[in-house]
Write a protein of this length. Structure first.
Length: 102
């Protein structure tokens, strides 16, 4: 690891950068960032990816919108089912809620 008499070449465990350190003066003499891989090979692939993202977002929005439109019907059916259960067994005690414990 020693390069020369007083300097050391180190690799940062965090980012992988190469550091040249002088222990006598307690300083980093040089710093070289690691080469990062390219995320896109060409601009056309990046544009295609962005167009696909817009379609995916729109699809997720439409699904969420449809669920919200049906939410009233779902809650109504749940209420009707629980009301029916309550009428069928009126002897059954109410469930204890957290707020009832105060």
């Amino acid at each position: 690891m020693a390069k020369g008499r007083n300097t050391f070449d180190l690799e940062c465990p965090c980012c992988g950068a190469s550091l040249k350190v002088d222990p006598e003066v307690r300083a980093v003499l040089s710093f070289k960032e690691p080469e990062r891989p390219r995320t896109l090979e060409d601009i056309e692939a990046g544009v295609a990816k962005l167009k696909g993202e817009a379609a995916r977002r729109e699809e997720a929005f439409q699904k969420s919108f449809a669920r919200e439109k049906q939410q009233k019907e779902v809650l109504s059916r749940k209420f009707d089912e629980l009301l029916k259960q309550a009428k069928e067994s009126p002897e059954e005690p109410r469930r204890l809620r957290d707020i009832d414990l105060d």
